[in-house]
Design a protein around this ligand. Structure first.
Ligand SMILES: C[S@@+](CC[C@H](N)C(=O)[O-])C[C@H]1O[C@@H](n2cnc3c(N)ncnc32)[C@H](O)[C@@H]1O
Length: 211
């Protein structure tokens, strides 16, 4: 792994991802999460500041060992035991239907084969489980979206594989998720190129009927 990816990027990531608006979105997403939970792309562990302190068993993974050191520091202050591992979200070492909840916060932008990762998330999620996500992605305004397409090659280099222009809802639907409980919005205080958010609670299309 290159020096930038392993040492420089984790430091930048930790600073950038503590933006107050992003922290607020983490809290909104994760309030009340319970059960067997898997987080993909755990990064520097900033979601430990937003998870409840009881009622969940957390498994956390990230492919970049450079971010793990910072994550471990945060985990020391988190009251629950967490299974934390360096693993690739494109190939999960868990049995089918192992988790009540899978969490992703600003990670689907960066996974190279995102369709494969979503297929894995779908597989390890229980039929009545929930995929909780907040992601930045393709803007609803066509002019901004064109700039996102143009600048994604540069962003991929600076942001360790991050795409500006992924249509997260479309990817989720293609992977067999129901996205009816999701919203898109421009997050105030963030640049338009990064600030168009997809937030939701997706369920498997084959999930049991809701009463
Ligand atoms: C923009 S960061 C977000 C980090 C964290 N989720 C947060 O909210 O602060 C994207 C993260 O996805 C991780 N990532 C990229 N590709 C991955 C993969 N194939 N499997 C697991 N994690 C991956 C990166 O290493 C990075 O930590």
């Amino acid at each position: 792994m290159a020096f930038y990816q392993r040492y420089v990027f984790p430091w930048i990531l930790d600073k950038v991802m503590q933006h107050p608006r992003l922290m607020q979105l983490r809290h909104e997403l994760l309030a009340g999460v319970q059960g067997e939970v898997l987080e993909i792309g755990f990064g520097t562990g900033l979601n430990t500041l937003a998870y409840p302190h009881q009622g969940l068993r957390l498994h956390a993974l990230d492919v970049n060992p450079g971010v793990a050191r910072r994550a471990r520091q945060r985990l020391r202050k988190f009251p629950l035991r967490v299974e934390h591992a360096t693993l690739d979200g494109q190939s999960l070492p868990f049995a089918d239907e192992s988790f009540d909840v899978v969490v992703s916060t600003w990670t689907l932008c960066s996974i190279p084969d995102v369709a494969r990762a979503l297929a894995e998330i779908h597989r390890v999620l229980r039929r009545d489980g929930t995929f909780l996500y907040v992601e930045h992605g393709l803007h609803g305004d066509a002019a901004i979206a064109r700039w996102q397409h143009r600048l994604t090659p540069v962003q991929k280099r600076l942001g360790d594989g991050c795409h500006l222009d992924r249509d997260i809802d479309a990817l989720l639907r293609a992977a067999g998720f129901d996205t009816s409980d999701s919203r898109r919005f421009s997050a105030d205080g963030l640049p338009a190129l990064f600030g168009y958010m997809y937030q939701g609670r997706a369920r498997r299309q084959d999930s049991p009927q809701r009463g």
